[in-house]
Design a protein around this ligand. Structure first.
Ligand code: ADP
Ligand code: MG
Length: 410
């Protein structure tokens, strides 16, 4: 879904009040009646509310729905995009939107800039675009509500909040994740990592060290209480050489992204997901980088987190010893039987974790079936792109959108 905020400059303060009222009303109403919109908006005259409603509907930020009992309105994805962006503009965490960096299965990623021209990344969660194919068929509550889209919006918001909490906590604890800047509704703003997804890596100056540091990341995350659950070559950004700080011994040259589906080490399937994360990296190193790790006692260090990781790969029971309780602090899925978490989000995240897995399996089968996958074919199929030419395109788009945005704010 394309982010289109081009009409923002035409919107009045009243329009935003009314749009917010529709959002607020949606919490309890599938279709928000006009009278309630008026009440919640705090607008003085009904005719003013009606005018805004009609303008918002024209811009497709809300849509009119007739049901048996009454007519009313529903917030659209466009509408919630506008609200999120508007809040972040007001907080000065964003100033202008640039080009698209990637379209994921569950998100759209854009470059944005703040007032000082510092480039950042905006991740817009869009759950329900491709996933839920199993949930949709199997679960009654989604079957009942899947037509109206409300659930996807709520879930996208919950997923963004979760991811923001995860990276905020991890960043504060010194994990190599993007610095978080803001979160509004289904959107998060974070540091732009200048580099490329490990998927594109074919050569590296020290493969054993990179492998070792990735395994240490998984173990350290586990000892802090968390399992990433989608730890693979798409979600590890390899930093450009020029971005690596030679004076920082903790700069391992990569940054881990994409956390909404992470779980607690107390989750009932923790061991399974832990092993799957480890295996994803092992498989990638073996197939694409032709590197197979071996146990290396010379890598031993006593606390497990020093300079090396002595085993070829981690084992959940042997290596995970709790040193922190980040899972409890962020209420990660499965952290306690007494707190099963939000049921919708839980189901959605479970589906997300397993959707990734199915796709990996497909890919695996393709290759094992002897299909000759060339580098170019692969790139065509790439989930996310970052090619030179596309980057140039988006730069152009970026400039014109930046101008437009300046006008919005003036
Ligand atoms: P999804 O949940 O859809 O997989 P991700 O968070 O993995 O979303 O982001 C999708 C892609 O966008 C990544 O593979 C990466 O190429 C790019 N990306 C995401 N976050 C950043 C970031 N902070 N810096 C640079 N690129 C990023
Ligand atoms: Mg990803």
């Amino acid at each position: 879904m394309k982010l289109d905020i081009s009409h923002m400059r035409y919107m009045t303060a009243d329009d935003f009040k009314v749009l917010q009222a529709v959002e607020q009303g949606s919490k309890n109403h599938e279709i928000v009646p006009t009278t309630l919109i008026h009440q919640l908006s705090g607008m003085r005259s009904m005719s003013g509310t009606n005018r805004s409603i009609s303008d918002l509907a024209k811009l497709k930020l809300i849509s009119k729905v007739r049901n048996a009992k009454y007519d009313g309105y529903r917030l659209t994805y466009n509408g919630i995009d506008y609200l999120a962006f508007h809040s972040m503009l007001n907080r000065n965490t964003v100033y202008s939107i640039g080009g698209s960096i990637g379209v994921g299965k569950e998100s759209d990623i854009y470059k944005v800039s703040d007032k000082n021209g510092v480039e950042k990344v905006m991740k817009i969660h869009r759950l329900g675009r491709t996933s839920f194919h199993t949930v949709r068929n199997n679960r009654d509550y989604l079957k009942k509500n899947s037509k109206n889209g409300v659930n996807w919006m709520v879930l996208s918001r919950l997923a963004a909040n979760k991811e923001y909490q995860f990276i905020t906590m991890l960043y504060a604890k010194g994990f190599k994740v993007p610095e978080p800047f803001d979160n509004s509704r289904h959107v998060i703003i974070m540091e732009l990592i200048r580099g490329f997804p490990m998927r594109r890596l074919r050569k590296h100056k020290n493969l054993p060290e990179l492998y070792n540091n990735l395994m240490k990341f998984i173990v350290k995350l586990g000892c802090s209480g968390l399992i990433h659950c989608d730890f693979n070559e798409f979600n590890i950004m390899i930093k450009d050489e020029s971005e690596i700080d030679p004076n920082d011994p903790t700069d391992v040259g990569f940054v881990v992204i994409d956390f909404p589906q992470s779980i607690s080490i107390q989750h009932k399937d923790a061991e399974y997901y832990f092993k799957r994360d480890v295996d994803c990296i092992r498989r990638f190193f073996k197939k694409k980088l032709k590197y197979e790790p071996k146990d290396d006692p010379s890598m031993l260090d006593t606390d497990g987190f020093g300079d090396g990781y002595r085993y070829a790969y981690p084992d959940f029971h042997r290596d995970i010893e709790r040193t922190d309780n980040l899972d409890e602090l962020v209420q990660a899925s499965g952290y306690s039987k007494k707190h099963p978490g939000d049921r919708y989000l839980e189901d959605a995240m479970e589906d997300m974790r397993n959707t990734e897995e199915e796709q990996e399996d497909d890919q695996e089968n393709d290759e094992e079936d002897g299909e000759d996958v060339t580098e170019d074919d692969e790139d065509d199929n790439d989930e996310y792109y970052y090619s030179e030419s596309e980057e140039e395109d988006s730069e152009e788009e970026y400039d014109s959108q930046e101008e437009e945005n300046e006008r919005i704010i003036e």
